[in-house]
Each structure stands twice: as structure tokens, then as C-alpha cells.
Write a protein that binds this ligand. Structure first.
Ligand SMILES: [Ca+2]
Ligand SMILES: [Ca+2]
Ligand SMILES: [Ca+2]
Ligand SMILES: [Ca+2]
Ligand SMILES: [Zn+2]
Length: 623
């Protein structure tokens, strides 16, 4: 089993309603100036405490709800579409205490915002939460109270001044998070489109349920890191804040390696074991899932895609309906693909395999008779078959092929479906000459993923085995001597012996030899999870072996990006990784080009507390 997706929002993608905030920039508001307008001759719409509720109402009808014209009040009318009343009680109590503790100012000199949850009826009405607002919010409270539905379903959603959240698990955090949306906050710090690990807010999914190792430290951001901007494409590992203020980066969910450095802190953003680097590229803002770049779609396929580059040109090989014919296509532009090149392989068994070596595209796929190999040479937007290189390797038993280029030599690995035993043949370099079968000495429950590791000067094999969980992923290294692979070598569980990293189909394996991968290089594995209806996962080696056995696992995109097949991954010319998968709902082949999760764009922090106090409360009610 792969780790469960903690942030279960199934059916309730959190979404913010249309922006109503005037102006892009939020200037700090001088509360004193506003208060000064509330003199003895105040008009009926004077709002001395700037909470969006007029003094005239707070001192009359509003008294019944506990309002105070000299202290910020937040009224929420709530209905309960759940029978978990005790959970609702607890959610409200904790949220009320949370708002009360906020470090914001009031004319009465006391900090905090008074949250008043007005308990509406229990309901079984299945209408949308927005429609329930129209049904249940009393007319006298319109424009004065927010609306919320407490629900059995996990996750939450917000639209304007209405929201919904589940109470079963992380009730109060989720409730406060949705109220944050109602008050004008996004998941990212305001003004940014990209999440930052220094956006230390419960609006950031990374810190919604725990912060700094504690559920009780969950908070809105006070903007203390707002002066520091970062980009995943150009990170500075010296962060200008003392350890005391950024220690949370060393806790869940990120557990970044940290070193105190006086007024600064060293953060090993790229997890390569080296501190203090500049110009670092690293994915530092994932939350289970991570964004892998804009997606482009090709066509529906019948097998997994395999990706390979010839120079700057991306080629994909995959089977198409109705007869599982394997085709190759070349990418011509972001959304433009060359014609299908028919390899002549039809009714293939399982997924094809595909590599580029010395300017030749090699495609292999299993049939009932054996494993068929087809070689192609690029030709314009397509390619032509080299029939004098193409051949069939007869099989005694059905075997799954995996092609790999190891130290510049072409190898074909063959996994016996029945025994899991992996053997290999090596290309002789000309014509149809292949070596005899040799046993690799490895077994796998899936076809192995294979890559050459130029720094170790060894082959890397990612195989699967039943251990603490079925289909656990393991990495094996094998030296290459005179064209033959050693039968022994180092190995480790991907994710550590107790991890859950697992794959039910062939993983795609890559080796990062850039500085960010560290002096020993970094192995990446992309794979479909061993349990259905999950997105693909990425495991990446990290220098810290106390961190999940030295592996970071993230999911590809989000929980809705599920894949029907093994995903493909290939190092691309821009120094990133091309990632392709086959969408589960419609078999559509989909590719993106930031498979490392590294996204260009500025990320930062924002003072949400001041924003809520000076703008959020008032402007949300003025919608
Ligand atoms: Ca007021
Ligand atoms: Ca008030
Ligand atoms: Ca580093
Ligand atoms: Ca990222
Ligand atoms: Zn949200």
C-alpha cells in the first residue's frame, strides 16, 4: 500500500469564490483613523470596531448574539447535516477559542475576534451549501452573518460567504480554513500564485492540521516571512531568519534538514546533504501531491506510455485501440504531435518498452510467440522502420520486456511472468545479433525499471517484492563487467524497510546527476500505486537516511489525477523531467514537463491576521 492521501477532499475540492477585494495591494489600515470617525455624532452606519457590523445594530439586535461595538465579532450561522453533534460542539468550541486568541487589536484594548456560531437546525436537505444558505440564513442576519454547513463528508469548500466542512476528523481546522476563505484568503499567501513552505498558515494545506509539530500551533500567518521571496528554480539555502522562527521547517510535513547559523538558518532545500548552496532547484511546496507542470493531451491509448528523448526531441511509444498496435509519436510543440508511426507490433501482451540509443529508437513488446523488437530511425516528423535490425526473441514462457541503455550499450531485460525471474540479453551492436540469455539474479513481481547510474557506474534496477506490504519497491545496483551484469550488489527498500512505497506495474527509473541530486547522484522512480484509484507516485533519493530510509515520496499532481497504467518519465533537455500518464477516466495520454515538481514563479508569505482584521471581516460582509 502506498501512504493514504491524508488530505481527503473527495467530492469537496476547496475553492474560493470570486474575488471582491478592491485593489491588488492591501495597505496596512490604520484602525485609529477608522475609530476616530465614530464620534458622538456617528451616523447609523458607523462601525467603530471595523468588523462590518454597524454600531447601531451591534448595540441593539446584535446584543442578542453577544456583539460588542468595541470588539471584532464574527457571526456564523451554522446548520448541521450530520448526526455527530458532539463533534460539532467540539469544532465550535475549538474554533471559538482559536479566534479569541488571535493577536489582533480592538478598540476595547483586548486582542482577538469573537466568533459567535449561531446554531441553526439539523438538516438532511441534500442541496448545495450555497442553496442551504438561501434556505436557512435568517433574513435579519443577511449581510451580517456568514453561513456554514457542518457535514459528515470530509474536506471542505467555500463560495462567497457560504462554506461546508466535515467534522469527523479534522473538524475545527477545516472549519477555520473555510472561514479563512470567506474572509478573503487563498491557499497561497495573498499576491502569490505559488505556495511557499514559509507561508506558515492553516490556509496552506501543508500546515492545516499541524504546525511546528503540534495541532495546537495551527495558525493564520502573521506575515513574519513576507520580506523574503523565493523561487523553486533559484533557491538560496541561507534563509535570513533565525532557527527559532523557522524550526517548523524541520517538522512534519517537510522535515527539511536545518542548521542554525546565527541570525540565519541553513536549509538543505534540495536535500542533497550539502548546506548553504545558492541557485538551488528543488520542489519545496508539495502537499502529498505536487504540481508537475502544464498538461498536454495526445490521444486515448490502450497501454502505458513510454517516453524517450533523442536529443531535444521527445518520442512516446504506446499501444492504441482497437488491436493494441504499438505506435510512436514525436512531439512537435507544446500541444502538437507528429503522425502515428506504426511499428507493426499488434495485439501486444502487456505494456511496450522503448529506448533511444545512438540515434535509433528501439521498441519492444511481448506477443504469444516471444518478444518482438523493432528499430526505427527518425525521419522528419516521423520515423521509418529499420527492418534489418528488427527481430523476434522467441520465448519458452511469456516474458515481459524492459529495454535499457547501460553504459552506452543496449540491453533487453526479460521477466518471466510465472516465476518473476529476470534475465537479460545484450545487443551485439549490428544487425540482429543479441547475446544469449543470462540470469540477472533478481526476481520481481512487476517488470523491472532499469537505468544507468553514471556516477556509481552501475545499473540501477527498481523491482517489486512482497514484504511488509505487497509490491514493495526496492532498488538494486549491479556493476557491469565485460558486458555482463554482476549478480550481487547494494540494495535497499525504497522508503525504508517499514515504508509503504509500492507499485503494481513497471516503475520508470531515472538518475539525476546534477548538483541538486548530490555527489552520489539521485535515483527517481515514477510508478502507479499498488492500490487502485490513486494518482501515480514519485520516490526520490534524499541524503538524509533517517528520512523514510532516504526517500521522499510525493504523488503526481493531486488525488484526481489517477492513472490507468504505469506512468512514463524521461530526463528532458530543460534539465527537468517529462512525465506522462494515462488518465484513468478516459485513457487519455497526458504529459507535463516539470516532473521534478519544480515550478518557476515567486512564492512568499503574507500577514493574514492584519488582513482579516482590517479588511476581511468588513469587506466580506459588504459583498
Ligand atoms: Ca462593528
Ligand atoms: Ca463588534
Ligand atoms: Ca543542499
Ligand atoms: Ca513545486
Ligand atoms: Zn481551501
Amino acid at each position: 500500500m502506498n501512504f493514504p492521501i491524508r488530505r481527503d477532499r473527495s467530492g469537496y475540492p476547496t475553492r474560493v469564490g470570486p474575488r471582491v477585494w478592491p485593489g491588488a495591494l492591501v495597505a496596512p489600515l490604520l484602525l485609529v483613523a477608522l475609530i476616530s470617525t465614530a464620534g458622538p455624532s456617528a451616523l447609523s452606519d458607523v462601525d467603530a470596531d471595523n468588523d462590518g457590523l454597524a454600531d447601531a445594530w451591534e448595540t441593539t439586535a446584535g446584543r442578542a448574539y453577544g456583539c460588542d461595538p468595541r470588539h471584532a465579532d464574527l457571526l456564523v450561522y451554522a446548520v448541521e447535516r450530520t448526526t455527530m453533534t458532539a463533534k460539532v460542539d467540539e469544532t465550535i468550541a475549538r474554533a471559538t477559542a482559536f479566534f479569541d486568541r488571535l493577536r489582533v487589536d480592538n478598540p476595547d484594548g483586548r486582542p482577538g475576534i469573537q466568533l459567535h456560531v449561531i446554531r441553526g437546525p439539523k438538516t438532511t436537505n441534500g442541496a448545495s451549501y450555497s442553496d442551504l444558505m438561501g434556505i436557512y440564513l435568517p433574513p435579519a442576519l443577511r449581510g451580517r452573518a456568514h453561513f456554514h454547513v457542518f457535514s459528515d463528508d470530509p474536506g471542505g469548500q467555500t463560495n462567497g460567504n457560504a462554506s461546508i466542512s466535515g467534522v469527523a476528523a479534522i473538524g475545527w481546522n477545516s472549519f477555520v480554513h473555510e472561514l479563512g476563505h470567506q474572509l478573503g484568503l487563498d491557499h497561497e499567501a495573498r499576491g502569490f500564485k505559488i505556495q511557499s513552505p514559509l507561508h506558515a498558515s492553516l490556509m496552506n494545506y501543508a500546515y492545516e492540521t499541524t504546525f511546528n509539530g503540534s495541532e495546537d500551533d495551527v495558525q493564520f500567518s502573521d506575515g513574519r516571512f513576507a520580506k523574503w521571496r523565493m523561487r523553486e528554480t533559484d533557491l538560496d539555502e541561507t534563509v535570513p531568519f533565525p532557527m527559532s522562527s523557522v524550526a517548523f521547517l524541520g517538522k512534519d510535513p517537510y522535515r527539511f534538514p536545518l542548521k542554525a547559523d546565527g541570525a540565519n538558518t541553513q536549509v538543505d532545500w534540495n536535500r542533497n546533504g550539502i548546506f548553504g548552496e545558492k541557485g538551488v532547484r528543488a520542489d519545496i511546496n508539495y502537499v502529498d501531491g505536487t504540481w508537475l507542470g502544464d498538461r498536454t493531451h495526445l490521444e486515448a491509448s490502450a497501454t502505458a506510455p513510454i517516453a524517450a528523448y533523442l536529443g531535444h526531441d521527445l518520442y512516446l511509444a504506446y499501444g492504441v485501440p482497437p488491436n493494441r498496435m504499438v505506435v510512436v509519436r514525436k512531439q512537435l510543440g507544446q500541444d502538437k504531435w507528429g503522425p502515428r508511426i506504426d511499428t507493426g507490433l499488434v495485439n501486444v501482451v502487456g505494456d511496450p518498452t522503448f529506448v533511444v540509443q545512438h540515434g535509433t529508437l528501439w521498441v519492444a513488446a511481448a506477443s504469444q510467440a516471444g518478444v518482438n523488437l523493432v528499430a526505427l530511425r527518425p525521419s522528419g516528423d516521423g520515423a521509418r522502420i529499420e527492418s534489418d535490425l528488427s527481430t523476434t526473441l522467441p520465448s519458452r514462457a511469456p516474458r515481459q520486456p524492459t529495454l535499457a541503455v547501460l553504459d552506452d550499450h543496449l540491453f533487453l531485460f526479460l521477466r518471466d511472468y510465472r516465476t518473476g525471474q529476470v534475465s537479460y540479453v545484450r545487443y551485439g551492436g549490428t544487425g540482429q545479433t543479441w547475446s544469449d540469455d543470462r540470469d540477472l539474479g533478481l526476481r520481481s513481481r512487476t517488470a523491472p525499471g532499469v537505468a544507468w547510474h553514471p556516477i556509481r557506474h552501475q545499473a540501477a534496477f527498481v523491482v517489486t517484492a512482497d514484504a511488509n506490504a505487497p509490491f514493495r519497491l526496492a532498488l538494486y545496483f549491479r556493476g557491469l563487467t565485460n558486458g555482463q551484469l554482476d549478480t550481487t550488489g547494494d540494495w535497499e527498500w525504497i522508503g525504508g524497510a517499514n515504508g509503504g512505497n509500492a507499485a503494481a506495474v513497471r516503475p520508470a527509473v531515472l538518475v539525476d546527476t546534477t548538483r541538486d541530486g548530490g555527489p552520489n547522484g539521485r535515483v527517481y522512480a515514477y510508478y502507479r500505486a499498488s492500490i487502485p484509484n490513486l494518482p501515480a507516485f514519485i520516490s526520490m533519493q534524499v541524503a538524509d537516511h533517517t528520512f523514510n530510509g532516504g526517500w521522499l515520496e510525493r504523488s503526481a499532481f493531486d488525488e484526481w489525477s489517477t492513472t490507468a497504467s504505469a506512468p512514463a518519465a524521461a530526463l528532458n533537455p530543460s534539465g527537468d523531467i517529462t512525465y506522462c500518464y494515462r488518465e484513468q477516466s478516459n485513457s487519455m495520454l497526458t504529459c507535463s514537463f516539470n516532473g521534478t515538481g519544480i515550478q518557476d514563479g515567486e512564492m512568499g508569505d503574507f500577514d493574514e491576521l492584519t488582513f482579516i482584521r482590517t479588511h476581511g471581516l468588513r469587506e466580506s460582509l459588504a459583498r
